[in-house]
Write a protein that binds this ligand. Structure first.
Ligand SMILES: Nc1ncnc2c1ncn2[C@@H]1O[C@H](COP(=O)(O)OP(=O)(O)OP(=O)(O)O)[C@@H](O)[C@H]1O
Length: 505
């Protein structure tokens, strides 16, 4: 039976048709996978299902009845909840307060204005997930995966409001999780399927194929195909999403080069940051692509941040182009020297909202393209446009506000701003493919190979082992804040994945 259905739904924003005549249904006790390129309309559809946006045309049916979902609160009352990535929680409130924040009706029913009963009710939701986070803990004390479980519990609490089955929507739930955390999440999702219908959005096709009962493919705001995992595979899904572009060698491995004898671009000697990493000595050469890898808490991300002046209390030595530079240099000085950094957390550090796409791209380097004091605006804009086209940022025009782009397209903008720099010498990328669809990833990998050919060194922390092995010339593994292994010259021999994992754990 159909639980939730969209009938001929369209959604237009000025200049953009985010959804065009989409019909789709979610059935009882099923997991429906939703995939599509960045900007294909997946989030817009979820926003319509949760009352954040209203369709321009078409209608929604809930358990066979035509329904208007006016707001997220109204959606919750109807049993429709969205598990956001951890960012939507209020960090200075407790776990229990967050879980019941938007459920005033329950407050009246159970007398939640009493802490004990609020915490007890929260505990009950967390127990459904077999998780023992104390309900009276402030959310700021939790790790990302724990915060996501709280998001999950928040949706499950809706069960106490309604007698019908829940509809739970997941928008890229795995992007911040480690493989073992993903396994845990999948266990929970499978368990919940007994009493809920689930929509699962992800760019990771292997996950979608593993967890879904059916998969819908979206392209340009349209629902272009429906498959069951048993009748399709990666290759077909890739082609349905991206079109006919190559998928076989994503990483352009034929362009990998032997280790050069070029002098190091950057070296560190016994670099340490309290509580994050200790005595890390390493070197990256001109044009080298070096992958830094490790499990959560290995210190790899903090090490990258430290190289860009974003960590406190760093000691040791950093030598850039043969010259020592202060370990407490500010990012603005490092940018001037030719170091760029793309943060994993694009919402916090990647793009500046309230500004256009072009402004975002030229923000860091614009004035450097000009001569003396004069900014060459035409040149700025044409370089920005070049990268918008090259990375295929999906937008009606470059003067659009950056917050109107889909998540993946914002990520492309945060990358493009560094690619514009004419004196870029070292680019540090923290999880650069997070949120990118498979086609966009291939474009990014190609751009990385081009930069490396131009002698720019690339240091990256990757999303997966496959990316690390596919892109790197050298792999440095970190464990508990220290370097545990280095695999050099992948041009001649690639290490076995097991050898890397062994050094990670
Ligand atoms: N508030 C808005 N104003 C204008 N355009 C918007 C707005 N919200 C979304 N869009 C546009 O609608 C289209 C679909 O965006 P949506 O966020 O649904 O894509 P998505 O499939 O979720 O992408 P991603 O995989 O990158 O998250 C995009 O072209 C986007 O720029």
């Amino acid at each position: 039976m159909s639980v939730l259905a969209a009938r001929h739904v369209s959604k237009s924003y000025p200049g953009v048709r985010a959804l065009a005549d989409v019909s789709m249904e979610l059935r009882e006790n099923e997991i429906l996978g939703l995939i599509g390129q960045n900007g294909s309309g997946k989030s817009t559809l979820l926003k319509i299902f949760t009352g954040v946006e209203q369709p321009t045309e078409g209608s929604l049916l809930l358990r066979g009845q035509q329904t208007i979902i006016r707001s997220p609160l109204a959606a919750a009352a109807l049993g429709i909840g969205m598990v956001h990535q951890e960012q939507s929680l209020i960090t200075n409130l407790t776990v229990a307060e967050n879980i019941f924040f938007d459920k005033h009706a329950l407050g009246k029913r159970y007398g939640f204005y009493n802490w004990r009963s609020l915490n007890k009710a929260a505990e009950r939701q967390l127990a459904k997930l077999e998780c023992e986070i104390p309900p009276d803990l402030k959310v700021e004390k939790l790790s990302f995966p724990e915060r996501q479980l709280v998001e999950f519990a928040k949706v499950l609490a809706v069960e106490e409001l309604i007698d019908d089955q829940l509809v739970i929507l997941f928008d890229e739930p795995t992007s911040l999780l480690s493989p073992s955390e993903i396994e845990g999440l999948f266990r929970q999702i499978r368990r919940l399927k007994e009493r809920a219908s689930i929509v699962f959005v992800s760019h990771r096709m292997d996950e979608v194929l593993e967890i879904s009962d059916r998969v819908h493919v979206m392209s340009n705001g349209e629902n272009v195909a429906e498959r069951t995992p048993s009748e399709t595979d990666h290759k077909e899904l890739y082609h349905l999403m991206v079109g006919s572009r190559r998928s076989e060698d994503y990483f352009l491995e034929e362009r990998r080069r032997p280790t050069s004898a070029a002098p190091p671009r950057l070296e560190t000697h016994r670099l340490s940051a309290p509580g994050a990493f200790k005595d890390v000595s390493f070197a990256i050469r001109q044009g080298e692509i070096l992958a830094l890898t490790g499990v959560a808490g290995s210190g790899a991300e903090e090490f990258c941040r430290a190289l860009f002046g974003l960590e406190e209390g760093v000691t040791g030595k950093i030598i850039f182009n043969g010259k020592e530079h202060p370990v407490d240099a500010r990012p603005s000085d490092l940018i001037a020297e030719g170091i760029g950094y793309v943060a994993a957390e694009r919402k916090l550090e990647g793009v500046v909202t309230g500004r256009t796409i072009v402004d975002n791209i030229v923000l860091s380097f614009g004035s450097k393209l000009g001569k003396g004091l004069f900014i060459d605006r035409d040149r700025e804009i044409s370089s920005a446009l070049h990268w918008i086209a090259r990375l295929k940022v999906k937008t009606p025009n470059a003067a659009e506000y950056v917050e109107r782009l889909s998540g993946g397209n914002q990520q492309k903008v945060s990358l493009a701003k560094w690619l514009l720099s004419e004196n870029l010498q070292l680019l540090i990328l923290d999880h650069p493919t997070r949120g990118l669809d498979p086609g966009a990833k291939a474009d990014l990998f190609e751009a990385i190979r081009d930069l490396s050919d131009q002698g720019i060194s690339i240091l990256f922390v990757s999303e997966t082992l496959e990316e690390t092995l596919g892109m790197a010339d050298t792999i440095v593994v970190m464990r508990d804040g220290q370097v545990s292994a280095t695999f050099s010259d992948l041009f001649h021999a690639k290490p076995a994945p097991e050898a890397i994992v062994e050094a990670m754990v």
